[in-house]
Design a protein around this ligand. Structure first.
Ligand code: ZN
Length: 139
C-alpha cells in the first residue's frame, strides 16, 4: 500500500491509499478520483515515496518519522534530512541497496525509488527499508 497526498485544481489537499502507483494513474485517468471538498476531478499527486536502506542514520530517521503525523512541514524536514545525509540513487535503488547490504564495509546511506515487486524481493532477502512520503518543495 502506498499513501499519496493528493491535491485538486483548487489546492485542496487530502490523503488517499492505493495498492501501488499504477492504481493511482489508472483511477485518475478514468476520472474515478475526486476531491473530497469540491468534487473536482483534476487531481494530482503531491508526494511520492522513496525507499531508504537500513544504515546508521536510519534509527534517527525512524524516530523523526514516528513522531510526526504526516504534516507537510515535518515531511519537508525529513526530506531535507534525507537529502543532506543520503545519496540519491534513483531507480538503481534495489541494485545499490544490495551492494550496500552484502558489502559489510560499505555503509553508504542511500535513497531512491523501487517498484512494489523489487521491494518484496528485498524484504525476502532480509533487507529492511523505510518508506517516506515525499513532499514536493515547490508548492
Ligand atoms: Zn478541491
Amino acid at each position: 500500500m502506498i499513501k499519496y497526498l493528493l491535491k485538486c485544481e483548487n489546492n485542496h489537499e487530502f490523503e488517499s491509499w492505493f495498492s501501488n502507483s499504477e492504481e493511482f494513474d489508472k483511477l485518475n485517468k478514468k476520472d474515478l478520483l475526486e476531491c473530497i471538498y469540491c468534487s473536482s476531478k483534476k487531481i494530482n499527486k503531491s508526494i511520492m515515496a522513496p525507499m531508504i536502506s537500513n544504515n546508521k542514520n536510519l534509527d534517527n530517521l525512524d524516530t523523526i518519522y514516528k513522531n510526526l503525523k504526516n504534516e507537510k512541514k515535518n515531511l519537508l524536514q525529513i526530506r531535507n534530512y534525507i537529502e543532506k545525509n543520503f545519496e540519491y540513487v534513483g531507480k538503481d535503488f534495489s541494485k545499490k541497496v544490495r551492494e550496500v547490504y552484502y558489502d559489510k564495509k560499505n555503509n553508504n546511506a542511500i535513497y531512491g525509488t523501487t517498484t512494489p515487486e523489487e521491494r518484496e524481493e528485498l524484504a525476502d532477502e532480509g533487507i529492511d527499508l523505510l518508506t517516506i512520503p515525499w513532499v514536493s518543495k515547490d508548492n
